[in-house]
Design a protein around this ligand. Structure first.
Ligand code: PMV
Length: 358
């Protein structure tokens, strides 16, 4: 793909204020390993969430040309620990949005979920910021289609955090080239107009907070460790194969195979981390206790619940809305004791980011 097509020949200038709400997402096929400028070694697919989101407001004001310039408030407070990541993101995207060199950005962000919950917020945060930026650009580009707008937002979000590319649209998004989906590519995520089985359109994701702490391994380091990983080739092949199978499963509503694939992907992600050099064991005793109890519960009740994991100790439980009541009872009675301060978040599949009127 010629990425120059993302450089719009428009003279963006002046003042503008906008606000976007972007959701988090949970990967079914995991992205782990990258090349070039934030391009994925394997395709991934995720459910877009709805209750875990970031709201970001940006005020753009014209200034003398120079490097990137911004101020940033998170939860209405200055939080300098976030500045380097935003700075790096803005420097990376300047090629695709040169007006950043002539505008100061006042950014204010708020998460619906606690920042210190161990739930990754970089996907929703980068997606919301990217949307505000493309929205400003759109004001000077009257023939920009909705599709091109979303593609560019996903493209920019990806340059902030790979998985953020999948936090623009919904209910299911695919990022990275796979022969299973004709429009798929490594540069931005797509939400193909496939008739997914309706059971997945309001699928539940209950996030059990096992550890609220900071990630033990940064994504940047984790992805880099895939470069000389002894199982990298097999892992990338497996992800391609699983993605192809997910297409069938998600259209047919084959829950049995869905469960097998989702859990296998989660455990393979952790297996990659455990066999990297250096290695990382991110699951904790409570993660394993939850997994064991979920497997027993599924066997006893035949309810279609499964677990997935991010690069951390928290557990995402995925299940159909129609089984919510017995599953929430099970979570309260059996699993909450394994959560830090008994904390869990109830989420479900959603349809993507939205503009908020300011
Ligand atoms: O977006 P990053 O670079 O933080 O990578 C996230 C990778 C996983 O969350 C572990 C998997 C995924 O596909 O979301």
């Amino acid at each position: 793909m010629n990425t120059n097509s993302f450089i719009f020949q428009t003279n963006v200038q002046g003042q503008y204020r906008t606000k976007w709400k972007a959701p988090s997402n949970i990967a079914l096929v995991k992205y782990w390993g990258k090349y070039g400028e934030q391009l994925p070694e394997n395709p991934s697919i995720s459910f877009t969430l709805s209750q875990c989101f970031t709201n970001t407001e940006v005020s753009f004001s014209e200034r003398e040309p120079g490097g990137v310039a911004f101020d940033f408030l998170f939860e209405q407070k200055k939080q300098p620990e976030f500045y380097p990541k935003i700075q790096k993101f803005m420097e990376r995207i300047t090629t695709y949005f040169p007006a950043l060199k002539r505008h100061h950005l006042s950014i204010s962000s708020h998460n619906s979920f606690p920042h210190s919950s161990g739930v990754a917020s970089s996907a929703s945060a980068m997606a919301a910021l990217a949307l505000c930026i493309v929205d400003f650009e759109k004001q000077f580009h009257s023939d920009l289609t909705e599709e091109a707008f979303l593609q560019k937002a996903s493209f920019l979000a990806r340059l902030g955090s790979g998985s953020a590319a999948r936090s623009i649209a919904g209910p299911l998004t695919i990022w990275g080239y796979t022969k299973a989906f004709s429009q798929s590519n490594d540069h931005y995520a797509i939400a193909p107009s496939v008739e997914w089985h309706p059971i997945f359109l309001d699928y539940q994701d209950t996030i059990l907070i096992v550890d609220k702490g900071q990630k033990k391994v940064s994504s940047t380091l984790g992805h880099a460790l895939m470069q000389d990983h002894p199982f990298a080739t097999q892992r990338f092949e497996q992800a391609h194969k699983n993605l192809g199978e997910f297409k069938r499963v998600l259209i047919a509503g084959d829950l049995e195979r869905f469960i097998d694939l989702v859990e296998s992907e989660a455990l393979c992600l952790h297996a990659m981390m455990m066999t990297s050099n250096p290695h990382f064991v991110l699951m904790q005793p409570n993660t394993l206790s939850i997994i064991e109890k979920v497997e027993d519960f599924r066997l006893q009740t035949q309810l279609p619940i499964c677990f997935t994991l991010d690069a951390g100790a928290n557990v995402h439980l995925l299940y159909p809305l129609q089984h919510r009541i017995p599953i929430i009872d099970f979570i309260r009675e059996e699993l909450v004791i394994h959560c830090q301060k008994g904390q869990y978040i109830e989420d479900q599949v959603g349809n993507g980011a939205k503009k908020i009127l300011v």
